[in-house]
Design a protein. Sequence first.
Length: 176
Amino acid sequence: MDAVPEELKTLLEREKIRACIALVARGEDRRDADLLKAGYWPDSTVDFGVFQGDFDEYLAWVVPGSSAVPVTQHFLGQSVINSQGTAALMETHVMSYHRIVMGDEERDVTIGGRYLDRMEERGGDWRIAKRTMLYDWFQDFGRSADWSNGLMGAPFSAGHYAGRAVGDYSATFFGK
């Protein structure tokens, strides 16, 4: 019977860790500094291969982000969490979509890989202390769809349906 509260505590901690990872993905997609600050410890480090640095450098790299990447979306897959007291080692599968402005056209690309995160619990909060990105695959899908025409030949009834990294309808939805 005493094991149940410990199991429940473990489940709650794992959910806090997963919620943190989802928060960071939204923060990157929306280029939202407040969400990213809530997901990383101020003394954290990141290594994406194409960028390495401390949290302040990472934040300046992600927010406001590149105008050449007007849309991003991160899909999170399964996570393996190896808890070690107030720390946890975690691997999360990720697919990221990026609309890239390349001269006079926009292209859709997708990257598949895994986040390797060292999570730390401090004062009841779980956040990323160190992130390393591993890349498993890349796909260039070619020219992006023209959303000004709606979807599958049907026009949108309002202008807020197409997503953007900054300033799309989700900001209004969440009251930002």
